[in-house]
Structure formats: structure tokens, C-alpha cells
Design a protein around this ligand. Sequence first.
Ligand SMILES: NC(=O)c1ccc[n+]([C@@H]2O[C@H](COP(=O)([O-])OP(=O)(O)OC[C@H]3O[C@@H](n4cnc5c(N)ncnc54)[C@H](O)[C@@H]3O)[C@@H](O)[C@H]2O)c1
Length: 312
Amino acid sequence: MNILITGGSGFIGSHLSEKLLNEGNNKLFLIDNLLTGSTKNIEHLLDSEKVLFIEHDVQDHIEIEEKIDYVFHFASAASPVAYTEHPVNTLKAGSVGTINTLGLAKKHGAEYFLASTSEVYGDPLVTPQTEEYWGNVNPNGERSMYDEAKRFAEAATATYARTYDIKTKIVRIFNTYGPRMQLNDGRVVTNLIVQALNNEDITIYGDGSQTRSFSYVEDTVAGILALMKSDKYDVFNIGNPNEMSIKELSSVILKLTDSKSNLVYKDLPNDDPKQRRPDITKAKENLNWEPKVDLETGLTFTIEWIKKELAK
Ligand SMILES: NC(=O)c1ccc[n+]([C@@H]2O[C@H](COP(=O)([O-])OP(=O)(O)OC[C@H]3O[C@@H](n4cnc5c(N)ncnc54)[C@H](O)[C@@H]3O)[C@@H](O)[C@H]2O)c1
């Protein structure tokens, strides 16, 4: 298959590309404007003649001459630090970028796969979150350029599927961590590990009782591939239901890094969700997928990778 992946040089996109390339017959077209990604993440793939990297912004028209069979739309700033720094690009990656990539899928008769997010549930009023929950999002708040762009992206994907008979799938990814995350983009796992390894104060926002559920990247990508290969043209939560408070997460990281860091508390950012936990029953039953990597194992791999990065 000829597979186009936007955001292909990012954290999740690079792991996904690696797996798709290793599966043999696929040729990959990786589109990325390098806003938050890096060719470093895919340098081990670029030697292959089956991988073509195209530096391009998804808000601009995309033209590919070769026939494309499958489009993954993963391009978007994805961390609060990144989307606050690039608010308009984030808004356009989710809106114009989704329309552009859907247009490409329509033209090529390709299947389409959207990377959505648990942020479409906003600050959820129900827990755990099932795919049926419509969410609790502030439409013009400080995170809305991300949350609402992704909600628009879902609406656009569903509308194109209904109007033009394109085959589409949507994955709502919950907090994913692992090697190749940017170390300075403010996501909680990397933040805490870097601070712990440097024996710096560990920053906890709020009182640390807010919860998240962390999925190791290998599990998330396995869920994405299970959905890709299924005949389910639908919306799925992919994440790890092992919910914990940020304070609990910091204790595990302090233990695994053998760190002497102290916890310091700062104000919680506006609209920060208080709880996050996926209900993955639908994915388990329909995709025969569930996460396999426990938190300590995933964090250990991630810590080892971050240690090497810091030593460079
Ligand atoms: N990592 C998570 O926990 C998580 C959770 C939910 C959803 N997601 C979604 O998964 C996707 C990948 O996220 P990630 O964690 O790998 O983040 P990332 O920042 O590492 O990857 C995003 C990639 O998209 C590229 N990009 C951004 N804007 C672009 C644009 N306008 N045109 C072309 N390329 C652009 C970046 O350069 C980067 O390579 C995103 O769509 C994100 O919203 C991630």
C-alpha cells in the first residue's frame, strides 16, 4: 500500500511509520512541517527507498501524483506548551489540514484515519469516558484551539464519510508517553522525568490530585494498527485505563529515577481537566486490543531513553 502520514516525523507518527515500514510492502509518504517533530525521529527510516519525507504544512494544498491507498492525519501540535505557542497553526492543522487531507483521500479513493484526542471530552463530567460521551469543552477557552479543532476534525471526517462515501476511522488517543517525546514541551511525563533525573524541584500543578491514564507508545500504536486493519469504520478510544493522580505518578518516577527532588506546587492552568480515564470496552471487543505494557515498565524504557538524550 502507499500510505501517507501527516505528522510522520512526530512522536507517535514516527513510531507508527516504523511499524508500517517493517510490515513489508508499504511505501510511506511522510508529510510534516517540523513544527514540533524532527527528522531525527525518522532518520533510521529515511535510508529506505520506501520512505519519502515531504516538508509541508497541512494547511496548504497537498498534491501527490502516485496513487495513495491510505491517509493518516496525525499532524498537529499536541502538548499545551506547543499549541499555546502555535495557536493558529494548531487551529488550522485540525480544521484546514483535516479538510485538505480528506480532500486528498477523496481524490485518491483512499481510506482515512484521523488522530483525535481525549481532549474532545474536555473536563469530563463522567468517568470513565466512553465513545458515546459528548464532552464538556470550553469553546473559546485557552485550550480551545486544540480541543475544538479536533472536534471540528471529527465533524469534518464524519461529514465527508457520509457525503462522499469515504471510508474513515477516528481514534481518540489518551495520554501517550515513550521515547521520542520532546523533552521540553511541558507534557507531564517528560517534565517529571527530566526534573527528577536532574534532581531539580518537581513541578506539580494544582494539588496533584487531578488524574490521567498513561499509555505506553507501543500499546497506543498497536491499538491504532488494530483499528487500521479492522473493518470497523467508527470512533474508538485508545489508551490505558490505569488512572492515577499526578502526585502518584511523581512518586513512581521519583522511585524509578532514585531522585532526591522535592515537590513544588504551582497554580493549575485554566481549563485543565480534573480527570481522564478511557473506557476501552469497545476497542477490546471489536479490535481485540488492550494495552500490555505496565506503567513501571513503560516508564523505565522512557527514563533510559531520556537519560541518553540528556547525555548528548
Ligand atoms: N501523545 C499524546 O498523548 C496524544 C494524545 C492525544 C492525541 N494525540 C494526537 O496524536 C497526533 C500526534 O501527536 P504527538 O504526540 O506525536 O505529537 P508531536 O508534536 O510529536 O507530533 C505532531 C507532528 O505534527 C507535525 N505538525 C504539526 N503541525 C503541522 C502542520 N500544520 N503541518 C504539518 N505538520 C505539522 C509536527 O511537526 C510533529 O511532527 C496529534 O494529532 C495529537 O493531537 C496525541
